[in-house]
Ligand binder design. Structure first.
Ligand code: PLP
Length: 378
């Protein structure tokens, strides 16, 4: 029997460290009677804009909504194509489909698991309107190269920063490099709240204005509806919690970076696994620490799945992000991609394993993870 379980993320541990501040922030909102909008939301939007370095920030209900709002504001719809990675959470392309546009995939790089920027140009057609780089697991995409391509072909860039709040490409924060940045405050993200939440950042006042209209039922003036909108709000309680947590984000990201360094040291030299690395020019914020486990099995069960079970027997819970690439999902059969279309992605889907990663994991717990991993390969 395992003595103690090491979860992939421990949100209670984090809450306990800042519980007084969080409790006070929540109670203030509850006692104020103002539960939607108000100063708290406005203030958080301003603080996040300042943090990211962008002129505008608009809170919304989720990271998924942030992506949807960005696409709508850029007028992307039927007949348009959007280039992105097949190795991401479904929200990245679900929103492309929801606005009526077509996701077009390019393969990823094995070393970063991010979209292969060098493959973008070959995927551009006269219908291409935008690129959505996803800063997966907190690792920034090479935005210098990507922006060059976007400018050359006159394409919009929507950054999916759901996993990368605080990450940088060179000196710039992710979310402030493309035309629009989309953030998620889902509890397990680097800046996570106690429920759902999201935000959009931009330096373009017209885009910001359109997003505000669409997220409020298509109305700039109450009860006057100019376009078809949705209801997407960052609620006041979540904004109050996020305001507290934003002040800790840099510290937590630093802790994540230290934890990744310790994993690098503890796991160095194990044959059969590839450790994640920070891209040169990037500031990685390690939403996940994801290793690649090379497959040595000829049967159905991959070495990765076998290792995952072994870790679980030892009380270590690891995760698979993501087991099925988007181009092979049932929902996208109509796009016509075949198995083998993106070999790096497909191999990664069979090899990725995300180890326990959260700012307050202890060195002893990391050693326990490393011990179990070494033991498996011994
Ligand atoms: C979490 C996530 C989203 C969606 O965010 P929600 O707040 O859960 O809607 C989008 N893209 C990526 C890459 C994510 O990890």
């Amino acid at each position: 029997m395992p003595v103690n379980t090491i979860p992939p993320v421990d949100l209670v541990r984090q809450y306990k460290l800042i519980s007084e501040e969080v409790d006070r922030a929540v109670l203030e909102v509850v006692r104020s009677g103002r539960y939607i909008g108000g100063e708290v939301v406005k203030d958080f939007e301003e603080q996040l804009a300042k943090y990211v370095g962008s002129a505008h920030c608009i809170g919304c209900n989720s990271g998924t909504d942030a992506l949807y709002l960005a696409l709508r504001a850029l007028n992307i719809g039927a007949g348009d194509e959007v280039i992105t990675t097949p190795f991401t959470f479904i929200a990245t392309t679900e929103t492309v489909s929801l606005v009526g546009a077509k996701p077009v995939f390019v393969d990823i790089e094995r070393d970063t698991l991010n979209m292969d920027v060098g493959a973008i140009e070959a995927a551009i057609t006269p219908q291409t309107k935008a690129i959505i780089p996803v800063h997966l697991f907190g690792q920034p995409v090479n935005m210098a190269r990507l922006m060059d391509i976007a400018q050359k072909h006159n394409l919009y860039v929507i950054e999916d920063c759901a996993q990368s709040t605080g990450a940088k490409w060179e000196e710039d924060l992710t979310g402030n490099i493309g035309h629009v940045g989309c953030f998620s405050f889902f509890p397990t993200k680097n800046l996570g709240t106690c429920g759902d939440g999201g935000a959009v950042t931009t330096n373009d006042p017209a885009i910001a204005e359109t997003i505000k209209v669409i997220k409020e039922h298509g109305s700039a003036q109450r009860y006057y509806h100019d376009v078809v909108g949705i209801n997407s709000r960052l609620d006041s309680i979540q904004a109050a919690i996020l305001r507290v947590k934003l002040s800790y984000l840099d510290q937590w990201n630093k802790q994540r970076r230290e934890i990744s360094q310790r994993y690098h040291q503890l796991l160095a030299g194990i044959p059969g696994i590839q450790l994640p690395q920070e891209i040169k020019g990037g500031y990685h914020v390690w939403n996940q620490y994801t290793i690649l486990v090379k497959n040595h099995n000829n049967n159905e069960k991959t070495t990765r799945d076998d290792l995952r079970e072994k870790l679980q027997e030892n009380g270590i819970i690891s995760m698979i992000y993501y087991p099925i690439p988007l181009h092979l999902q049932k929902v996208y059969h109509n796009l016509g991609y075949q198995k083998g279309a993106f070999s790096v992605t497909e191999e990664a889907a069979n090899e990725v394993l995300s180890l326990p990663m959260f700012p307050d994991i202890s060195p002893e717990e990391q050693e326990q993870v490393a011990y179990a991993l070494r033991d498996y390969f011994a």
